[in-house]
Design a protein around this ligand. Sequence first.
Ligand SMILES: [Cu+2]
Length: 119
Amino acid sequence: MRAVAVALATVALLTACGGAGGSQPAGSIAVKMTEFSYSPDTISVPAGKVTFWLVNSGSVAHDLIIRDSNNNRVAASELISAGDSLAFTVDNLAAGQYTFFCDQPGHEQSGMKGKLTVT
Ligand SMILES: [Cu+2]
């Protein structure tokens, strides 16, 4: 009986780690990710707290990194598996011009990048 109980506990833990998903939060900005682009690839938002709803419609994992005009990373999402989605919140975006890109090897160079204007 003891072995059965341990096996059941393992199944429960795996189920709990289902990953991202769910539905788009109110007020968030939807960004679709594919190989190798974002849609839209030009985004404008008011300064402050911004939530991106990242939808990976591609067939490999992608992420979204925000870089300021000095090439410093100001925020980075988790890696999102193919077919998954994730609410990515940046708490305090200052006004300015940014770029966003995918930091998986070769993706940015293949065109997976865009412009973010914060006003
Ligand atoms: Cu990518």
